[in-house]
Write a protein that binds this ligand. Sequence first.
Ligand code: SF4
Length: 387
Amino acid sequence: MNFDSTDTGNSRPDEQTNAINPDAISTHGTTRAAAGSPLHPTDDGNVAAGTAMSATTLPDFPEPSWSTAKQSTYDSCPRQYHFQYYESWQGWHRGSRENNPESRMAYFWSKRRTIATWTGRNIHNAIALCLHGEPQQQVLEHTLRSLQAEWNGSQLRGKVFRKYGAGAVPPKGTLLMEHTEMSLPDEALAEGSARVTECITAFASLGIESQFRQARISGDRYHFVEPPDGIFEPRMVEFAVPGREEPLKVWAMLDCACEVECNRCVVYDWKTGREPSDREESHLTDQLLVHAHYVLGPEGIGSRSADVEIEALEVYLPSCVFYGGPITSGALEDARERISRKAADMLALHNRIREQGERACEPKPAQQACGNCSFRSMCDFAWISEV
Ligand code: SF4
């Protein structure tokens, strides 16, 4: 593993984005989809390089799919959902600047991260590196150097953006949302770096790394960890949806899963934000349940054994608080039914968007939603303080 600090600005996309990464396309010229799964926009906004598939093979209109990230964006504001998953589609093409500037701008904004989500993504990458066997101290040092380099690059790109506009910003490299508005003192980076250090240190204290290593060296126990290099690999399950012949794709972008004992598997989902105050610690989110479906499916441990005990946990770092717990077959079936119903609604919306465009997605301006929305500068309905 090369630990040189670089400013690639290209890490695995977070849960907020859903567009193809043009950097992956323009750099590698090819993209990769999982065997048998056509390439399409993802909840993770990146595309792996690999088997030859030209970017031009992408469909003109996004394929329907469901994920907790999509659902939560829609619930927050349907117009934001439209910007994120539809308006930005095809905006990565060079020609879109002239031919479809709205799409180009939506794509540009769909790629912007806030300091918080950028830091969170780097923590995920660092944990993945640790689980892939890299020494924790080196991973931490590498991550902090990388943060500094990306931060410097983002400050510079922010200046270019503020002076000349989005068209002058090179497509590669990090440009944080905050830097599109102003130059920031390095204290803001120091806070992010402190959070990275706290989270990695907390992660190291949990013993999950050694649990994972045991599964890895056992040779026959299931273990999975997301790629550490930011390259997107599609992972999904397929659910039957009312009113549709073929099943619908449901994205399952799990962070880590590990068979801790023979036929007992734990799914982990790293969380770097605040712990939730509105649910019980034993509550199983749809996201955890989708991950469990994936792990128990043919691409996971299910290919080997049908009799597996599974537990799914959100791990809140740096406080090391766990949410979630054991999953019963009843909970899995309930989740499948619940998600299928939500996905059917999403599919109906998809068809309305095809006919009506953005009019199918009413804006829902609210102080918090608009404050966190990447598209506020191009939205006529953005919440404006009356004070
Ligand atoms: S700025 Fe507000 S109203 Fe407009 S898309 Fe974003 S969240 Fe919705």
